[in-house]
Design a protein around this ligand. Structure first.
Ligand SMILES: [Zn+2]
Length: 253
């Protein structure tokens, strides 16, 4: 995988954001591949398609690309708030590629957040643009990546190191079961994943119960939080994400 942008493409563009768009899209179409099935190359949608930027001809997954200079930050600017919320609640939300690059135009990080990890509480409404702005009153949004469990951050390139393709597709496919869950139970599973992220590789049931108060605040109508925690751990076990060692002991896989 060549991590260098083709800077010669930038010559005919003036605006910095346009240049980055052109260079990063070119890089993904040359070097990127489908994290679901491994197919390469990805195909580009025609410009200004509202749906997404790339799709896989083999498995039809769709991808939107967000690029940013320098460090991977947790808050990503996105488009209109209302559009994003509508997409989260529907099935046409694409998967998101996030790309960061160095001042030398080398790809630092390239990761995919599968669409089933997006929840409404990750989308932050920005204040409306002021009356003096060209698009006065327009409301944009930010995406808060802090809410995404580690399993939902699938790196294809990490710190300028390409990851093995098989590792990428395996991690992507491990969580596809979330797509078949209804939004309430998916929310629970995502919350449990976030809690497990905070635990060491080996943990026990009492460790998991320490999140009961936090989860109770998130689900005030649920009167059986500890039962729910055990049920969610079972789901993570059934999906091969953790292992039951017996006597209330668990291991992360
Ligand atoms: Zn594919």
């Amino acid at each position: 995988m060549n991590l260098q942008f083709n800077q010669s493409l930038a010559k005919s563009y003036k605006s910095a954001s346009q240049i980055i768009r052109v260079l990063s899209e070119d890089w993904v179409s040359r070097e990127g591949y489908c994290p679901n099935c491994g197919n390469q190359p990805l195909s580009e949608f025609a410009n200004n398609q509202p749906v997404a930027d790339f799709y896989c001809q083999s498995c039809a997954e769709q991808y939107e690309l967000k690029s940013k200079k320098a460090k991977l930050s947790y808050i990503i600017n996105d488009g209109a708030y209302a559009t994003m919320m509508a997409r989260i609640h529907s099935d046409n939300n694409p998967n998101f590629f996030f790309l960061t690059y160095s001042p030398e135009f080398i790809v630092n990080n390239f990761l995919i957040i599968p669409k089933h990890f997006f929840t409404a509480d990750m989308i932050i409404e920005r204040p409306p643009l002021p009356a003096t702005a060209r698009r006065a009153g327009w409301v944009g949004c930010n995406i808060n990546l802090k809410k995404v469990p580690e399993l939902g951050k699938v790196f294809l390139v990490k710190n300028q190191q390409p990851m093995p393709n098989e590792q990428v597709t395996e991690q992507f496919q491990k969580t596809l079961f979330l797509r078949n869950q209804k939004s309430l139970s998916r929310g629970w599973t995502l919350d449990m994943m976030r809690c497990v992220d905070k635990l060491p590789t080996h943990f026990n049931l009492q460790d998991a119960y320490r999140f009961a108060d936090y989860l109770q605040l998130r689900y005030p109508n649920n009167n059986h939080i500890k039962d729910k925690i055990r049920q969610q751990l079972q789901i993570l076990r059934d999906k091969g994400l953790i292992e039951f060692l017996g006597n209330g002991r668990y291991r992360k896989l």
